[in-house]
Structure formats: C-alpha cells, structure tokens
Design a protein around this ligand. Structure first.
Ligand code: F0G
Length: 362
C-alpha cells in the first residue's frame, strides 16, 4: 500500500526547489474529501468537505508550515517567529521542534482556544500572550523578524502559500477536475490566496504553464468572514474585531489584496456570516454530517447555507468547502444548545436496566 509522504514529496515538481533541500515533514496533506449528503440536501448542490482537521496538528496550517520550516532549515535558520490566533502557533511549534529550531509565538492574550495553546506549549514554543489582538501581534512579529535573527513563518511568507496551494491539487486529484465553487473561511486571507493559486496552476495558468493542465477550469472562490471581523466585506480595517470564531478574529488581513483578486478573477464573492450562523453550521456539521470542527471552520458551511437560503446557490453545483481545523481544538461549543444553555450528560448507575431506561430502549 502507498504511504502518503507529505506534500513536499507528493508534489515535488510543483514546489520550489529551495523547500526541498532539507525537508521537514510530519506527513501533512492527503486529507479526506468527504461527501456531505446532509449539506447537499440543504443547499440543492453537491457538497464535499475537505477535512483539514486531519492534518498532523489538526489544521490546514501544516501544509504551509512544512514548506516554510523546510525553507528556513535549508538556509540554516535557528529560530522562527509567528503571530497567531492559535493554529499557526500550534503548527509552527510542532514543525520547529521536528527541525530542532526555536519557535517564538505571539498570541492575543486570552483569545486563543485551549487546545491550540496546549499544543504550542507542549511542542516547546516560547509563547507570549500579547496585550493586543492578532493584528497587533503580526505587526510586532514582522518587526522582530526584521531586526533579530528569527524568520517569520506567517502566511506573508510566500513559502507558506506555496505549501497551502496543494489543498487545491488534492481536490482536483480526487474529483478529476475543479469544482464549480470552492468555499472557505477568511481570516488573514492566506488560505484563499493559496487555494486560488493552486487552482490556477492546475488549470495551466500562471506558474503551472510548464507542467500542462490537470484541470479544465477553475472554481468560483467563495470566502466568508465573521460578521464582527469582516474588513474585506466592509471595505476598511476593523479596529476591534469580535467573534466567537477566535481563529478568524482579524481586523486587517495581510493578504487583503490577494483575497480581493481571488474573489474578482474567479467571479466569486466574500461575504459575512454571523456568530449565530457559524454556530448553527457547526451544529449541523457535528450532528448531521458527522464531522467535528472548530467554530471558525464552520464559516464556509454557514456561508453556503446562507446563500442557499437566499436562492444564490446554483442547483446541482459541485461545491467543495474547506473545513479548516479540528473540533477538538476548541470543544466547548459542543456542550451548549442553540439558546446557550449548558448540555450536561445524564448520569446513571451501572446496571443494564437503568441504562436501557435512560436510553428509552423499551
Ligand atoms: N480557519 C482556521 C481554523 C484558522 O485557524 C484560520 C487562520 C482560518 C480559518 C483563516 O485562514 O488566515 O488563511 O484566511 N488562522 C491563523 C492562525 C490566523 O494564526 O492560526 P486565513
């Protein structure tokens, strides 16, 4: 049987040579593309989920981190730094450890999920909780990397985008061509930039020309921001971004321009979904599809459900939605009902009759 070797080995011919000199991999990529009949039924489309929570640290960030850390290792770097709402820090910490590098991470104080904080600390990162939001952390991380001997591994590092574009390759490899629509959450806007680059390349456009086309077309890119943190939708930076989807609590995305370019050249859209819509989509994913994600990851699904309600999803369209991070990163949301009350598991004594009674089996 074929053992998946990580995205650098699997897509070597489509990645820059400088990330291949000293490959640091944890076996990222090769994630499942799962049909979601419950979502197809709700939208009248044919919906698939690209389940990125199945990556080694539980999010899509690992695709870009294997390339960013390999590139840094190839140059002999000793230390890396990132700003993060949580997932980037977990991924950077793991790959830096695998590479034997020091990893500094700047996170917004009190605003990252416990699972992610635990990962960064477990992997030995020098974690600093900054008095400020993600945007403040990113400004500080950029300055630090300019002045001190540490390399920046945020998605402004083009090696990150190169790695993350392989998500599109895998979708096309699985479906045989690009879908009609690709939906995903938008935070710092690196991932929508990366997917769009990957789809264009696989269609023989831009950098892909020398390889010939694998796909006959490119999808419309549909990006979704959280309503309280939707600068691209608003058309201006948001000073105090707020959303329960802490992963995308970002007011001034670094790849803003590239996200607008992806939206416009793909004839797509970038819109906002409320926290209520995000949590409703999160609940549908867990209780009707069988896929457990963190809240930010449900934004893409919330988006297609909203557009379906508005009659804007073409009947029968093939839609791929990237669900970006694992539910175990931020599990508390599963234990609340739609009206916000706590869900408490039923207690029973250890005899079969009371268990059968509690299950209402008779
Ligand atoms: N979903 C999850 C789970 C994320 O962690 C992020 C970004 C996004 C979506 C948005 O992706 O930034 O490429 O538009 N998390 C970054 C971090 C900011 O620090 O972990 P994006």
């Amino acid at each position: 049987a074929h053992q998946w070797r990580g995205i650098i080995a699997e897509y070597a011919d489509r990645l820059p040579e400088h990330v291949q000199r000293k490959v640091v991999t944890l076996g990222e990529g090769g994630t499942p593309l799962v049909p979601a009949p419950a979502l197809s039924e709700l939208t009248g489309a044919e919906v698939f989920l690209k389940v990125e929570g199945m990556n080694p640290t539980g999010s899509f960030k690992d695709r870009g981190m294997t390339t960013a850390i390999s590139s840094a290792a190839g140059r002999g770097a000793k230390a890396v730094v990132c700003a993060s709402t949580g997932n980037t820090s977990a991924s950077a910490a793991a790959y830096a450890t695998a590479a034997g590098m020091l990893c500094a991470v700047l996170v917004p104080d009190g605003k990252i999920a416990m699972g992610k904080l635990s990962q960064a600390i477990a992997h030995g990162a020098r974690l600093l909780q900054v008095d400020g939001n993600f945007d403040d952390c990113l400004v500080a991380a950029r300055k630090l990397a300019e002045v001190y001997p540490v390399e920046l591994v945020n998605s402004v590092n083009s090696d990150r985008i190169e790695g993350q574009k392989t998500g599109s390759f895998e979708v096309v490899d699985a479906l045989g061509d690009a879908p009609d629509i690709h939906a995903l959450p938008v935070g710092n806007a690196g991932n929508i930039t990366a997917y769009w680059r990957g789809y264009r390349e696989y269609a023989g456009l831009d950098a892909g020309e020398e390889h010939g086309a694998v796909a006959t077309r490119t999808p419309a890119m549909w990006g979704f921001q959280a309503a309280g943190a939707a600068p691209i939708v608003a058309g201006h930076p948001v000073d105090q971004p707020e959303t329960i989807a802490t992963a995308i609590r970002i007011g001034n995305p670094a790849s803003w321009q590239q996200a607008e370019d992806a939206r416009d050249t793909s004839r797509g859209l970038i819109e906002a979904v409320t926290d209520e819509q995000i949590l409703a989509a999160h609940r549908i994913l867990s209780s009707r599809v069988g896929v457990f994600v963190e809240p930010a990851s449900a934004a893409g699904v919330a988006g297609i459900l909203m557009l379906a309600e508005q009659g804007r999803v073409p009947a029968g369209a093939r839609i791929v939605v990237t669900v970006t991070g694992h539910g175990l990163k931020d599990p508390q949301w599963a234990l609340k009902t739609a009206d916000g009350s706590e869900i408490v598991p039923v207690r029973v004594s250890a005899d079969v009759v009371s268990i059968a009674d509690a299950l209402e089996l008779s």
